[in-house]
Every structure is written in structure tokens, then in C-alpha cells.
Ligand binder design. Structure first.
Ligand SMILES: NC(=O)c1ccc[n+]([C@@H]2O[C@H](COP(=O)([O-])OP(=O)(O)OC[C@H]3O[C@@H](n4cnc5c(N)ncnc54)[C@H](OP(=O)(O)O)[C@@H]3O)[C@@H](O)[C@H]2O)c1
Length: 375
């Protein structure tokens, strides 16, 4: 089944790294076996998009390409093997594209290749272009139908812009599920004041855990505690490991079961990860999700003596996506404005430079920039 698509569409095109994006007419992608063509409505802009796009963060991606890691859209055309999706369905486009014959080959659509030849092939030959476009060709399994009635109507009353934030909550959900966070546990989120850290606080609470939020900025930590209430305590990072470890233990008033680490590359010299590891109970678990590129001083003796587990996690699994969407549809997890996150601007694609600047200036748990097709 298919619907008529325009011959061309407008997309933000990148010829090569470091060059400015260009809003350009490209041939509209067409339905083929295994894909769905999504008409894009809104896309999220993470705070470090500018760094990825200007090459400061050297993410490998295919060139030329259309950037854009996921978003919200409507099904515009379907490959012949679709059995469930229908035209006009509201869908969440997830960026985690996996090879069908080797799922460890993974490409973040419109953002970054993994380190394997298979991942590069996926990006180069099949799913090259992302969602900063009017239309995007998406693997069928990456278009998740949303319960429009439950989400947009009734008690929840979400706006479409809120729904672009699903990925922000999915990232920490992937890590928290990977270390099996359970109801009643106490989790350190470090740092908690950024976009993914703040989302980690919300998700951990929705999973039934209590949270200790670590951060440098006391005012932002205060805003987190004020918003989320008594199940969240905060500890300011002083980089005095002894003092920070004691502060975490005091804030917990009981054993600390796990840590979710989600630091940016700039935090490579900060000692908050070490303090959090040292505060863990025997048998504690750590999910390492941050973007630190350098090696980091792990307190080896404490890891050994306390039977600690350290696990890395890049993004999340398909089951996590379905599960988190259900949490949002059923009201178990509030996202976006219902969760204290203000949309700082919905910019047309033509305003991409301003959108990237505003996103970078608003790298906080309670702010989000989105873009939409348009000039
Ligand atoms: N594993 C995955 O799948 C995955 C997926 C997406 C992103 N990531 C990684 O997650 C990182 C965080 O993303 P984000 O969007 O949440 O970033 P963000 O909004 O910019 O937040 C950055 C956080 O780090 C803190 N921070 C910055 N510099 C620091 C320093 N020198 N020492 C200690 N804390 C510092 C900030 O605290 P202040 O409030 O004090 O500035 C803030 O809490 C990204 O850089 C990316 O690499 C990983």
C-alpha cells in the first residue's frame, strides 16, 4: 500500500563534516520492502547538536547525508510487507537502527555510526538520511505507532512537541533496565541536572526507585528536588571524593543500590563517578552511559571488595521502547511539559543555526528545543 508522495522534499543536507547545513530539495524517499515513509512533524534538538554538526564532537557518519536522530511524524507511505502500520498513523521514529541479520551492527539514524563495518554499511547503503527532512525512510520496526487518543486527548493532553522527547527518556531507561533497577531501590543519577540526567530522575522514580541527584549547580539541583518531591535528594559535586561519598551515603539513609552515569565529555576530569561508585552497597551496579572519551580512574579495590558490577550501555533495546511508550500512554511516566520540561522554541528547519544555538544555551533538565519542517 502506498500514498502519492511529492517528487521532491525539503531536507537539511550536509555535504561533508564542518560545512554548514543547506536546506535543499532532494528526491522524496519511496516505499520499498522493509521501510515506511514518515512525514516528519517535529524533531528534537539535543544540546550538543552544534558540536556534532560543526565537527567538535567527531561522530562518524556517512557523507553526504541528512542529519536528524528520530522524531514524531505520520505514516505517509508503506512498504508492501507492513502488516500493522496504517497510513496517517502517528508514529515515534526511533533512531536506533540495527542490522536485521546482525543486531550488534547499529547506526543511530542521522547521527552516528557504531564502530563496525556492518554499521557503516547500514548507514551508507540503506538508512543514510535522518529526520531533518519533510520525509524520512525508516525501517518498519523503527516506526512505533502511538496511541494518539490516549496521548493527545483525555487526561494526558500532550502536545506533539512533548512527544519528540520520548528519546530523552528512553536513553536512561535503557541503562536503568540494563542494570535491573527495582522498586524500592536507591539510585544515584550522576550528573542529574542535564537533559538525560533529569530524564533519568523521572524514569527511575516511575520505575519505583528513590533517587539521589548529583550535580555541580545547586540552584538546578534545588529545582529538580522541588519538582520531583521527597523521593529525590541531592548532593552537590565538590570533587572531594571522601566528602562527596559521605554526602551520598547520608542522603540515602540506607544502602545505595545502583548508579546511572550520564556525563558529557567535558566532565572527564570530574570525580563524581568515583564518589558514586565508592558510595555503593556490596553488590551494587553501575550503568555507564556518558560520553567521556578518555580513560577514567576506577577505584579498583572497592569494585573488587564490594562485588560491584560496571556495565556500559549504548542507547536501549527494542523492548525498552515499547515498554516506555506504554508507561507514557498509561500515565505512569510524565514527559515533556507535564514533567517540567519547557519547549524553548519550535524552529523551522531553515532556522537550524538558531535552533542549535538555543539548544546549546539551554542544556538543562527542564529545557528542550525542537524543529519542524518549514522555511
Ligand atoms: N549511552 C548513550 O546511549 C547516550 C545517549 C545519549 C547521550 N549520551 C551522552 O550523555 C551525555 C549527556 O547528555 P545531556 O544531553 O544530558 O547533556 P547536557 O544537557 O549538556 O547535560 C550535561 C550534564 O553534565 C554536567 N556537567 C557538564 N560539565 C561537567 C563537569 N565538568 N563536571 C561535572 N558535571 C558536568 C552538567 O551539569 P551542570 O548543570 O553543572 O552544567 C549537566 O548535568 C552526552 O554528552 C552524551 O555523550 C549517551
Amino acid at each position: 500500500m502506498s500514498s502519492p508522495l511529492p517528487e521532491t522534499h525539503l531536507a537539511l543536507f550536509r555535504e561533508t563534516t564542518g560545512q554548514p547545513l543547506e536546506l535543499k530539495h532532494l528526491p522524496t524517499p519511496q516505499p520499498v520492502p522493509g521501510n515506511v515513509i514518515v512525514k516528519i512533524l517535529y524533531v528534537p534538538v539535543v544540546s550538543y547538536t552544534k558540536e556534532i554538526q560543526n565537527g567538535t564532537r567527531q561522530y562518524p557518519y556517512p557523507k553526504p547525508f541528512v542529519p536528524g536522530p528520530g522524531g514524531i511524524g505520520r505514516v505517509a507511505a508503506l512498504g508492501p510487507d507492513a502488516t500493522s502500520l496504517c497510513l496517517e498513523d502517528l508514529v515515534y521514529v526511533d533512531s536506533v537502527v540495527r542490522s536485521r541479520d546482525e543486531p550488534s551492527d547499529m547506526y543511530l539514524l542521522g547521527a552516528v555510526q557504531g564502530g563496525t563495518a556492518g554499521s557503516a554499511k547500514l548507514a551508507r547503503d540503506m538508512w543514510r538520511n535522518g529526520t531533518y527532512a519533510e520525509y524520512c525512510s525508516v525501517p518498519l520496526e523503527n516506526a512505533y505507532r502511538l496511541d494518539e487518543e490516549a496521548l493527545l486527548g483525555g487526561e494526558l493532553g500532550y502536545k506533539l512537541t512533548d512527544l519528540t522527547l520520548l528519546a530523552r527518556y528512553l536513553v536512561p531507561y535503557g541503562g536503568l533496565r540494563d542494570i535491573n533497577v527495582c522498586v524500592g531501590e536507591t539510585i544515584v543519577v550522576a550528573p542529574a541536572t542535564g537533559a538525560f540526567g533529569g530524564a533519568a530522575v523521572a524514569v527511575a522514580l516511575a520505575m519505583g526507585a528513590n533517587v539521589i541527584a548529583m550535580g555541580r549547580n545547586e540552584a538546578t539541583l534545588h529545582s529538580l528536588v522541588e519538582h520531583f518531591g521527597a523521593r529525590v535528594k541531592s548532593v552537590t559535586i565538590t570533587n572531594d571524593v571522601g566528602a562527596d561519598t559521605q554526602a551520598l551515603k547520608k542522603a540515602a539513609s540506607g544502602p545505595i543500590d545502583a548508579v546511572l552515569e550520564i556525563s558529557p565529555p567535558a566532565a572527564a576530569q570530574s570525580l563524581h563517578i568515583k564518589s558514586a561508585i565508592l558510595a555503593l552497597k556490596k553488590g551494587g551496579r553501575v550503568s555507564i552511559m556518558g560520553g567521556i572519551r578518555e580513560d577514567y580512574g576506577i577505584p579498583m579495590n572497592a569494585v573488587m571488595r564490594n562485588d560491584l558490577s560496571l556495565k556500559g550501555k549504548w542507547m536501549y533495546e527494542r523492548e525498552d521502547v515499547k515498554s516506555l511508550i506504554r508507561m507514557v500512554e498509561t500515565g505512569r511516566l510524565a514527559i515533556g511539559e507535564r514533567n517540567g520540561v519547557k519547549i524553548e522554541g519550535d524552529f523551522a528547519f531553515a532556522e537550524w543555526e538558531k535552533a542549535f544555538d538555543v539548544a546549546s544555551e539551554n542544556a538543562r533538565w527542564d529545557a528542550q528545543v525542537v524543529m519542524k519542517p518549514g522555511v
